[in-house]
Design a binder for this molecule. Structure first.
Ligand SMILES: NC(=O)c1ccc[n+]([C@@H]2O[C@H](COP(=O)([O-])OP(=O)(O)OC[C@H]3O[C@@H](n4cnc5c(N)ncnc54)[C@H](OP(=O)(O)O)[C@@H]3O)[C@@H](O)[C@H]2O)c1
Length: 415
């Protein structure tokens, strides 16, 4: 619910200007990467109507507020006379740079407009902190749009599970393995490179016992660039390991912690000499309940997981409604009587079809221009997510200028 504009705003910002700034903040948020963190944007509205923006670029990067403040400073904007719009309540917890609420206070920002309260108890409290410091705070401005932008992330928080990406590598006719079981490699080297970059972004890579037995995978991120996942260096602890005695001594294996945690779901034992059985970090969750499996991983601090199949596990996760992001890699080949990519979806009539829509936010995976990809990559989000409204100014006044910033060089905080 949007609240009325206060009559005595410190900088006399008109409602139309505030909406334009929040538009810019929402647009900036969409430049971020989905995953462990929500998409968040911020916009500084200067007294002359100039708007500069910042956004969060994903795990291990500066939050939107310091990004926008840095851009405003570079643009010579007087922060003590400016208003800041943020799509999510500024955090109040201590990361490497301190709470974002404190950064706004220290910058002398007199007024902050917030779209959505932070559902994360450890980060919430920014509003109160700002108000205690004498900052004018308006909340609920464009809340519905901010909520829609992060609908799946908010749902994952509500369900106490990690944000979940499902990747399927398939042929044109929807097969993930040939009839004789061969499946390496259906997709191109460029697609496989992308998968490794994706693995480097997540906290865990999940497969079913069927894939573990069929492919003997390692589930490691083998990428040319180092993984930027500070979270795993500080908090990853395997859960429900198939052999508790084999749990790793993390302090003795710092290098291994830059990799995602390999996770196998299913009742069957792993082959003793398989890569996953020999990897002391492997988590074996003996369950057929996708939500329970994910909740067990979230309990251990894992906030973004990549499910890589196979057909039965992928089908079960989709049927349970816990897939927040779907990445399809479609190779230009036909496999005929191979294994269909999804099993047990439970869809028998068109009315029950599970619908998806394209997600145009960045994947957080760069494309190598020198390596053309013959495959088609589809990044999708569930169609049942609320529509993400396109920004509207809600204003008939002359539009203010908006500019997107270059990445701030401040130290990261958060994950
Ligand atoms: N192209 C690709 O992207 C890709 C990716 C991965 C795999 N693959 C291929 O897919 C094939 C393996 O697929 P798959 O379907 O046989 O194996 P899978 O989906 O990897 O594993 C199936 C097993 O998962 C366990 N499971 C856990 N929760 C479940 C649930 N809710 N419902 C059903 N099973 C659940 C069951 O194990 P228990 O019986 O032990 O309880 C089940 O037997 C291989 O040929 C592999 O090469 C292809």
């Amino acid at each position: 619910m949007e609240r009325s504009v206060e009559r005595h705003s410190p900088i006399s910002a008109r409602l139309s200007s505030v909406h334009a700034a929040m538009d810019a903040a929402l647009a900036a948020a969409r430049l971020g990467v989905r995953g462990a963190n929500p998409l968040v944007g911020a916009a500084v509205l200067a007294p002359d109507g100039t708007i500069v923006t910042g956004h969060h670029r994903g795990a291990g990067t500066p939050h939107a507020e310091p990004d926008a403040l840095a851009a405003a400073r570079s643009a010579g904007i007087d922060l003590a006379a400016s208003l800041v719009c943020v799509t999510l309540e500024p955090c109040s917890h201590h990361g490497r740079t301190g709470p974002c609420a404190d950064l706004l206070i220290e910058a002398g920002v007199p007024e902050v407009v917030i779209a959505l309260a932070d559902p994360n108890p450890s980060a919430a409290g920014g509003c109160a902190r700002l108000r205690d410091a004498g900052v004018t705070v308006r909340t609920g401005v464009r809340e519905a749009e901010a909520r829609a932008l992060n609908a799946r992330w908010l749902g994952a928080v509500d369900e106490h599970r990690p944000f979940t990406t499902l990747k399927i590598a398939q042929s044109l006719d929807g097969r993930i393995a040939a009839a004789d079981g061969t499946s390496q490699w259906i997709t191109s080297p460029a697609s496989r490179e992308r998968v490794h970059t994706l693995r480097a972004r997540v906290d865990a890579v999940v497969v079913g016992t069927g894939t573990a037995h069929a492919d003997d995978p390692r589930l490691t991120a083998r990428t040319g660039t180092p993984a930027t996942q500070p979270a795993r260096t500080t908090r990853s602890t395997p859960v429900a390991h198939s052999d508790p005695a084999a749990r790793p001594d993390h302090s003795a294996q710092p290098a291994a912690l830059t990799q995602p945690i390999p996770v196998v779901v299913g009742m069957r034992d792993l082959a003793p000499d398989s890569h996953l059985a020999r990897d002391p970090r492997t988590v074996h969750l003996r369950t057929h309940d996708p939500l329970a499996a994910l909740q067990a991983l979230r309990t251990q601090g894992l906030e973004h997981v990549l499910v890589e199949g196979g057909a039965h596990l992928a089908g079960a996760f989709l049927r349970a409604g816990v897939v927040d992001e779907l990445e399809l890699h479609i190779a230009p080949l036909l496999l005929g009587d191979g294994l269909p990519g999804l099993a047990g979806l439970g869809v028998t009539t068109l009315a029950d079809a599970v619908r998806w829509v394209p997600d145009d936010t960045p994947a957080g995976v760069s494309h190598s221009a020198s390596r053309p990809n013959p495959d088609t990559i589809l990044r999708l989000r569930p169609a049942d997510s609320p529509a993400e409204a396109t920004p509207t100014t809600g204003s008939t006044t002359t539009p203010t200028t908006a500019q997107t910033t270059t990445p701030a060089t401040e130290p990261t905080k958060g994950r």
